[in-house]
Design a binder for this molecule. Structure first.
Ligand code: CDV
Length: 309
């Protein structure tokens, strides 16, 4: 048995004027609770240090860059890494990354139990728009502020297991899990910020959004025989509601624990990485059962999307 006790550290809303240092204080409280609960690894949401700023239209590049981290760790986030090391706890953290040569990514890192960063991921599937549209009920401008990730979906051998990362909208894409599954991933860590209502389909409210969250995470876990830990930033942020529903799903696709609130809340589960092996060796033995000669369309650039009426 290779046991990793994971704490999903859901964050409640972070308002636009809430300084990063205050958010870090909230995160440290969750880290201490996680330690009390025996956690080996803590998972924070996407863009965990600030409000979900891509909902705001900005033109001024200095204002835009103020939402980004130029290095990780930095003065404000170093306490997270130090506390993780003191607790002997790994960490997944999502944040907006501004590289030294001026590139903007929606990124995450995984640090090991010494607090050292061992892996970095940059969000591939950026939802939303690049331009402001006054007709939309609310804006989701990720394509305006971020470039698509350029690192693919690697996995990392650390903490006695094989770990992968993705971010929010990535979880809706089977390819995300499959690329990691083909590398033997045993635990996928992912953070998200999901509005409670689909701005392009008013029928899609919180219940359906929670359903799709569970559906995509459970399917990804089962079909690749991996643990998935999905963690929200939730609640009413800057006046806009976001779903909670953070969850830890086992390699059979079953939910082991799910958040009950839309506030700062810890969900904890002792995950056995060896529980991934049965599925990987039987129904999802990719080497024996896959039929890649039939999957060419997956790699084509366009699919057949019905035209708008
Ligand atoms: N941050 C996100 O990627 N949010 C998307 C919303 C816009 C659909 C998501 O997939 O949850």
């Amino acid at each position: 048995m290779r046991k990793v006790t994971v704490a999903g550290a859901q964050l409640g809303p972070i308002q636009r004027d809430e300084p990063r240092a205050e958010v870090v204080t909230r995160m440290l409280i969750l880290m201490d609770e996680a330690k009390q609960a025996g956690a080996d690894l803590i998972v924070f949401p996407e863009l965990a240090l600030t409000t979900f700023f891509p909902r705001w239209y900005m033109e001024d590049s200095a204002e835009i860059d103020s939402w980004f981290e130029r290095e990780m760790p930095n003065a404000v986030t170093r306490p997270l890494f130090e506390r993780a090391a003191r607790h002997g706890m790994g960490m997944y953290l999502g944040y907006a990354e501004l590289t030294p040569d001026g590139h903007h990514f929606n990124s995450s890192i995984i640090a090991d139990r010494t607090g050292a960063i061992v892996g970095m991921y940059r969000k591939v599937h950026l939802p939303g728009h690049a331009e402001f549209d006054p007709e939309r009920a609310f804006q989701h401008l990720e394509k305006r502020y971020f470039e698509p990730g350029d690192l693919g979906f690697p996995v990392w051998r650390t903490m006695d297991g094989i770990f992968g990362m993705c971010i929010c909208n990535d979880r809706r894409w089977p390819e995300t899990y499959r690329v990691m599954g083909l590398q033997g991933v045993e635990m996928v860590l992912l953070g998200y910020n999901t509005p409670s209502v689909n701005s392009q389909n008013s029928a899609e409210g919180p219940e359906r959004r929670l359903f799709h969250n569970r559906l995509s995470v459970q399917a990804g876990a089962y079909q690749n025989s991996t643990w998935v830990v999905a963690v929200a930033k939730a609640g009413i942020e800057d006046g806009f509601p976001m779903i909670g529903g953070s969850l830890i799903v086992n390699p059979e696709g079953r939910i082991m624990v799910e958040a009950k609130t839309e506030a700062d809340e810890l969900i904890v589960h002792a995950c056995d990485l060896d529980a991934t092996l049965f599925g990987k060796r039987t129904i999802f033995d990719f080497a024996r059962h896959r039929r890649i000669e039939h999957y060419g369309l997956i790699c084509s650039q366009t699919g057949a999307i019905p035209p708008a009426p």
